[in-house]
Design a protein around this ligand. Structure first.
Ligand code: OOG
Ligand code: MG
Length: 257
């Protein structure tokens, strides 16, 4: 099957929230081919009217690498349709088997291109926010190889952001506590994200360059989960508190309810 057909397959799976078998079961794909599939599948979303608004990094913490059994840092594209307003509800049926993870998000005031240092990355930030990502692998049982997950836009499906804070906030080691229905489910630190979430931003700049891209001013960059992800079910109220920079929340509703 050609790259185009595989791009259509993953796009259709995401659009209709239908699970698929891993591409790697029937195709041997390189990482470069997987990013080409991601680019083509996301192009179909842009043709349907969605706008590119940023990038997400994935598998930037040991907890996430261990949970997913994949130990390479990956990235994916964020669109305006993935953004959930702080405090809003997501509809369970729009996902295959969603999970949530605590993150840190950046918005850029300047572009970042190619290899940059941590300091250069931090100097390009306009603001930093507490964030949660709702990931939803389209693969059966949420199991994938490295090329599979990359082709599937690194499981991106939605995200929610809390308040924007000054770019001079020290984000190197902030406590992060995620609760579901009032019970703490994941506790961690921003330091779990490559030692400093700004390193994830620098890595994003370097990695997207291989696809001929740079991070643009105004883009949102998600640094990656600081802890393992938690399964979502209808009726859940999810909240993340990040030391010093604030909180963000959403709930899960169901058409069936
Ligand atoms: C892949 C995406 C990982 C993160 O923050 O580590 C990710 C997955 O776990 O499905 O978004
Ligand atoms: Mg994530």
């Amino acid at each position: 099957m050609a790259i185009d057909d595989l791009a259509r397959t993953v796009d259709e799976a995401a659009r209709t929230a239908t699970e698929i078998t891993q591409l790697a079961e029937s195709h041997s794909l390189t990482v470069d081919e997987a990013y080409a599939i991601q680019a083509l599948s996301m192009r179909q979303r842009f043709e349907r009217g969605e706008k590119l608004i940023g990038m997400k990094m994935g598998l930037t913490s040991r907890a996430k690498m261990q949970q997913m059994g994949v130990s390479d840092v990956i990235w994916g594209r964020l669109t305006d349709a993935m953004r959930v307003e702080d405090g809003d509800a997501i509809e369970f049926e729009k996902f295959v088997h969603p999970r949530v993870e605590p993150e840190i998000a950046f918005i850029l005031k300047r572009p970042l291109e190619g290899r940059v240092t941590l300091l250069e990355a931090m100097n390009a930030i306009e603001a930093v926010a507490p964030a949660m990502e709702i990931i939803d692998s389209r693969y059966r049982n949420f199991k994938f190889s490295l090329p599979d997950v990359i082709a599937d836009n690194s499981s991106s499906s939605a995200f929610v952001l809390g308040p924007w804070n000054s770019p001079s906030t020290d984000i190197s080691n902030l406590g992060m506590a995620m609760q579901i229905n009032g019970r703490a489910v994941q506790i961690g630190s921003s330091a779990a994200i490559l030692g400093h979430p700004g390193r994830s931003l620098a890595a994003a700049s370097r990695l997207v360059a291989a696809s001929g891209l740079r991070l643009e001013a105004g883009w949102i960059i998600m640094a990656g989960g600081a802890t393992a992800a938690e399964k979502l079910l209808p009726g859940m109220a999810v909240r993340l508190d990040v030391e010093r920079i604030g909180r963000t929340a959403f709930s899960v509703s169901s058409r069936a309810a």
